[in-house]
Design a binder for this molecule. Structure first.
Ligand code: IMP
Ligand code: MG
Length: 334
């Protein structure tokens, strides 16, 4: 196994940060490359009693041996990136050609009625910056003196590492149902978010990919506007312990039970080879914080079997708690 692509299966916030940080420790990749849209993402990572909410730095930063990179397709907010490098005490290479989010982009994203009110964007400036990128007026990382020490050619670094047989982890952000092409348009983000787009973001071709891991949460959540089939009222979410708040915006997340049709669609659009299922402990508290494969029995096993049957894809990683270590890893069993 060399290149693994990790992507979101619903509308984001499936717990990619947690899965990515676990894989970074477990698989010890030489390179961890952030793909996806930009600072609209919020990945929460808990490790050794500390919590990080990251919008730019790859979630795998908790492995100090890995080279961290941000691909050319990702929008960089230099202020956010430099702050996160400090907070995490890590150094992150940025592709020369990554696009730059400026104050004017955030201004538009937080004041436009179309973006803010109708679409419920995160206000991080990513949509307006991608608009400028399409117009070919956007500044690139190579134009920003503060980023000079970090500039690199991400595609070259990754492809050379793969040629040497090294392990590379590609981190998606957002999720397939927020894809500009395949999601619930117009209530989507400003770019494609599929596994193929993740490859494009970091400059690797599809023939280089070994595993595509799609991350599902045990229930479906959505922030912002747009459809959410089976959406439950807030009182019901409180009863079930499903109330969550957005990592970037602090907005309460809407929620619905696990959706098999959407899961099948996500597996198809990403060409997923494995499924990571997070927050299973919220539904089945008896597996809380467990790492034990023997816990997969009874109703827990039935739920996993039902997902595998519908998607024709193996559930290989199970989240049992908020920390990077709270995982049941079934990969050796498949
Ligand atoms: P934008 O990506 O900020 O333009 O927002 C467009 C839509 O995508 C809004 O509904 C956001 O709430 C949603 N969105 C963008 N990024 C994320 C994410 O990382 N998690 C969840 N929702 C997101
Ligand atoms: Mg998030």
């Amino acid at each position: 196994m060399t290149l693994s692509v990790i992507c979101g299966g619903f509308w984001g916030d499936e717990g990619k940060g947690k899965v990515l940080s676990y894989l970074a420790l477990k698989d010890n990749p030489a390179i961890i490359a952030r793909a996806g849209v930009g600072t609209n993402a919020g990945h929460t990572i808990q490790f050794e009693g500390k919590e990080y909410k990251l919008r730019m730095i790859p979630s795998g930063f908790i492995n100090p041996n890995a080279r961290l990179l941000i691909g050319a397709g990702v929008l960089v907010d230099p202020k956010v990136l430099l702050k996160e490098m400090k907070e995490t005490n890590s150094k992150c290479g940025v592709d020369f050609q990554s696009g730059i989010i400026e104050e004017k982009h955030k201004e538009i994203d937080t004041t436009s009625a179309h973006l803010k009110e109708k679409l419920g964007t995160t206000g991080s400036g990513t949509g307006p910056a991608n608009q400028d990128r399409a117009m070919r007026t956007l500044k690139l990382a190579k134009d920003i003196p503060e980023l000079e020490p970090y500039l690199t050619d991400v595609s070259v670094e990754i492809n050379e590492a793969l040629d040497e047989g090294k392990v590379v982890q590609a981190e998606g952000s957002q999720a397939i149902l927020l894809s500009l092409f395949h999601g619930s348009y117009p209530f989507v983000t400003s770019k494609d978010t599929s596994a193929a787009a993740i490859c494009s973001d970091i400059g690797v071709g599809p023939t280089k990919v070994d595993e595509v891991i799609v991350v599902f949460k045990a229930y479906v959540t959505r922030v912002g506007t747009g459809e959410l089939p089976g959406e439950l009222p807030l009182e019901e979410l409180e009863k079930r312990g499903w109330v969550e708040y957005g990592a970037v915006t602090g907005r309460p997340r809407r929620a619905a039970p696990f959706n098999y049709d959407l899961a099948r669609k996500a597996v198809r659009l990403n060409g997923a080879t494995q499924i990571a299922l997070t927050k299973l402990d919220i539904i089945y508290p008896e597996i809380s914080k467990s790492n034990n494969v023997d816990q997969i029995k009874g109703e827990v096993e039935e739920f996993i079997d039902s997902i595998e049957e519908v998607t024709k894809t193996k559930v290989s990683i199970i989240g049992t708690g908020p920390s990077a270590e709270d995982i049941i890893d079934l990969r050796k069993n498949i």
